[in-house]
Design a protein around this ligand. Structure first.
Ligand SMILES: Cc1ncc(C[n+]2csc(CCOP(=O)(O)OP(=O)(O)O)c2C)c(N)n1
Ligand SMILES: [Mg+2]
Length: 394
């Protein structure tokens, strides 16, 4: 936890950060400039915007405005994670009464329809294929609502940079009286339900070694509704991001737009220290586990009982599988098979178990939490179970 670098780097408050940025990063690219709605204008125009209830934190206020906006836009479900392009599409298309377009056949969906994406506080990073096909259709129109224009990578139809809460409140007012588009929203829901049904087969797999999707499904079923789940890894976390649906913001933490492996134990410790009464589950690939495993020593010494589930497939799957499919071979992407990471944690004074079959996962999780110690459930996973990816990582 203690970093020798602390104190060597200046801490940037937003205004200082802005000054520290190269000029081209401070302002929207010239082409987009006249489409940008300045924050002040949004704020000034928001005369009759809905006032959030008193006594809520800024984050809660933002969530309540966003929730209201989503409801008004006809999207009933709440989504906490960023890396899900279809969510942005749904919100956007529900809003699309003013900007319309017959979508050209796209690699994502072939049926005709409108295709408008509203990105609220979302970076177009590698998880969204930088805003390009096949994740976003070529013809898609994009609307940005964010604090700045970082990592947008694609020309926006409209960009609103500034205070997200004010912008959402204003959009919310603008939706007043908009026609209800339930047949269209129902159609989208059907599409999503069908996509989720396709994932069921891997989530119910009984195979040993365990399918990573089955492991994720077991952890998801086990976790309390307010558990904080931290992801750290390659495809193991791609499965988690796809299959785990957290009900509120702040219940999912992952390595973010840089995908920096090894961040998980630190995040998990911080989460457990901040919310000692909640379950904190760290999902870690075996590759990721190798980056920061000694943090379990910190957890033991400081009595921070994080429960870690290692998806141990003996490889860097996110590197190996794409190499194999693109190049026909892979290099430097193999780890030891069946390495006893559980014993590493035991040796440091924590609790450890190795699991080889799906039915053993839940009881092992139960014992790990009951131990009251930092714990490692080391689950032997199938190295041939490939993540069904839609973005290109090379
Ligand atoms: C610090 C850092 N180094 C390297 C990478 C590149 N990288 C991305 S995923 C990955 C392998 C992850 O393997 P594992 O955690 O076992 O997950 P799996 O893909 O096998 O599920 C690597 C090396 C990275 N994201 N971060
Ligand atoms: Mg792995």
């Amino acid at each position: 936890m203690s970093s020798p670098l602390t104190g060597q780097f200046p801490v940037y408050r937003p205004r200082r950060l802005r000054r520290a940025l190269p000029r081209e990063r401070r302002d929207p690219p010239p082409a987009a400039r006249d489409q940008v709605v300045p924050l002040r204008a949004v704020r000034e125009q928001a005369q009759h915007r809905r006032r959030p209830r008193r006594g809520l934190s800024r984050r809660q206020q933002l969530c309540s405005v966003a929730q209201h906006f989503r409801e008004r836009a006809g999207v009933a479900r709440e989504h906490g994670q960023a890396a899900r392009p279809e969510i942005g599409e749904r919100v956007a298309e529900a809003l699309g009464s003013t900007i319309r377009e017959e979508r050209k056949a796209s690699a994502v969906r072939r049926e005709k329809g409108r295709h408008l994406v509203v990105l609220v506080g979302v970076l177009l990073d590698f998880r969204l294929n930088f805003g390009q096909p096949p994740v976003f259709a070529e013809a898609a129109r994009l609307i940005y609502v964010d604090v700045d224009d970082h990592r947008k990578h694609r020309q926006a139809e409209v960009a609103i940079y500034g205070n997200v809460k004010s912008a959402l409140a204003e959009l919310d007012s603008a939706l007043e009286g908009a026609p209800i588009r339930s047949p269209w929203v129902d159609g989208l829901r059907e599409t999503e339900t069908a996509a989720r049904a396709r994932d069921q087969a891997m989530m119910q797999s009984d195979s040993a070694p365990v399918h990573p999707a089955r492991l994720i499904a077991e952890v998801d079923r086990f976790a309390d509704p307010d558990a904080i789940v931290v992801g750290d890894g390659g495809d193991f976390i791609s499965f988690a991001g796809r299959l785990i649906e957290r009900r509120r913001p702040g219940l999912w933490i992952d390595p973010g737009p840089f995908g920096c492996l090894g961040s998980g134990p630190g995040y998990a410790m911080a989460a457990k220290l901040a919310r000692p009464d909640r379950q904190v589950l760290l999902l870690s690939g075996d590759g990721a586990f190798g980056f920061s495993a000694m943090e379990f020593d910190t957890m033991v010494r400081h009595r921070i009982p994080v429960v870690c589930v290692v998806g141990n497939n003996g490889i860097w799957a996110l590197e190996k599988h794409p190499m194999q499919s693109l190049l026909g071979a892979s290099v430097a992407a193999d780890l030891g098979s069946r390495t006893r990471y559980d014993r590493v944690v035991e040796a440091l004074g924590g609790y450890g178990e190795m699991v080889e079959r799906p039915a053993e996962i839940r009881p092992a999780l139960d014992r790990a939490f009951k131990s009251g110690l930092p714990a490692c459930i080391n689950v032997i996973c199938d190295p041939t179970a490939e993540y069904p990816r839609s973005s290109v990582l090379m």
